[in-house]
Design a protein around this ligand. Structure first.
Ligand SMILES: [Ca+2]
Length: 334
């Protein structure tokens, strides 16, 4: 609760012009946290302190994280990502990188259109990888945003570790306001753990090498328990909301079965694919243009939420993947 009033305060401060970019300070609490992080990530404390000296506090980032896109209703959210441009460019990206995509599909068991859709939603296929210095973003959120300070300060230390590993200058790379990097928008911990050198040139480069981005996303999905060929989401119609109300809300993890939903009067549109009554699923309720709409979502949907926890994000990725697949098949990409 404590942080609900942070957003308005940040906004007021910004309007009044008091909100200024400041060089980072090695205050006592910052130093204490760096000492902990040095043990946790095995990065020399002096190196971490030195990285902080290169960082600047960016108040705008605090404003941005308190108003994420995921707070929009689905019918607005989807129009950001399911655009003609993103679909046609996705079909083109798929065609131009078909060799690497098929190699990743075979190596990791992740459908190529899902990999392309992640790239589409994250950065429009590498066109927009973010304009915040990573060191500033992670310092700001790690040391000036108490709600997620633990997570982001650790990512700050992981970034320092990664930069040393990769031979980067600490101020070199830019990304999202939350510190996500490259075509695939990996956080530093993900970069350390899941990025792969898929084109075998000796470096794991998610900034300039589509092949590495493709392989790394597929590897990430494999580790998020993605299962090749399994369903992700089907549209559904609910006869009586009251009969399924207890199953709605919360995380998208399965809490029922296809059979149980059918018994409760849910019609599932699987596009001609056979439905297995025993499959574990979750009924998802979203805000459509004209009231509530429903989807039955499978464990693969949960795998997408490991990339970004929002069910809206996962649905946008899935629907974009299907549009790209259709477009590529029709060969209508321009
Ligand atoms: Ca490489």
């Amino acid at each position: 609760m404590k942080f609900n009033y942070l957003a308005p305060i940040a906004a007021i401060v910004a309007v009044m012009g008091f909100s200024q970019i400041q060089a980072a300070e090695l205050t006592k609490p910052v130093s204490a946290r760096l000492s902990e992080l040095s043990h946790e990530t095995r990065v020399d404390e002096k190196v971490l302190r030195d990285a902080v000296r290169h960082a600047e506090y960016q108040p705008k980032i605090i404003e941005m994280i308190t108003k994420p896109w995921e707070s929009k209703p689905w019918y607005k959210y989807r129009t950001i990502f399911l655009t003609e441009k993103r679909i046609s460019e996705g079909a083109r990206f798929l065609r131009e990188n078909i060799g690497e995509l098929e190699r990743a599909e075979r190596a990791y068991g992740v459908e190529k259109e899902i990999i392309v859709a992640i790239l589409g939603v994250e950065t429009t296929y590498g066109q927009n990888m973010g304009s915040w210095k990573i060191v500033d973003a992670l310092y700001t959120l790690g040391f000036h945003y108490p709600k997620r300070a633990k997570y982001f300060s650790k990512e700050f230390a992981n970034y320092v570790k990664l930069a040393r590993q990769q031979g980067w200058d600490i101020e070199e790379h830019k990304g999202s306001y939350a510190g996500a990097m490259g075509m695939a928008q990996f956080m530093p911990s993900s970069y350390l753990s899941y990025a792969v050198d898929f084109n075998n040139d000796g470096s794991r480069d998610l900034f300039h090498t589509p092949s590495d981005a493709i392989g790394s996303i597929a590897n990430y999905f494999k580790n998020s328990k993605w299962t090749f060929g399994r369903p992700v989401a089907y549209e559904a119609v609910v006869a009586k909301r009251a009969s399924v109300a207890s199953l709605l809300g919360g995380k998208p993890a399965p809490n029922t079965t296809v059979g149980e939903l059918k018994r409760k009067g849910v019609e599932i549109y699987s596009g001609g694919k056979a439905l297995n009554d025993k499959d574990k699923v979750k009924l998802l309720e979203l805000d459509g243009d004209e009231g509530k709409i429903y989807y039955v979502v499978y464990p693969n949907f949960v795998s997408i939420t490991r990339y970004n926890t929002s069910p809206l994000y996962a649905m946008a990725v899935y629907q974009l993947s299907q549009e790209i697949k259709r477009r590529a098949r029709a060969g209508r990409d321009r």
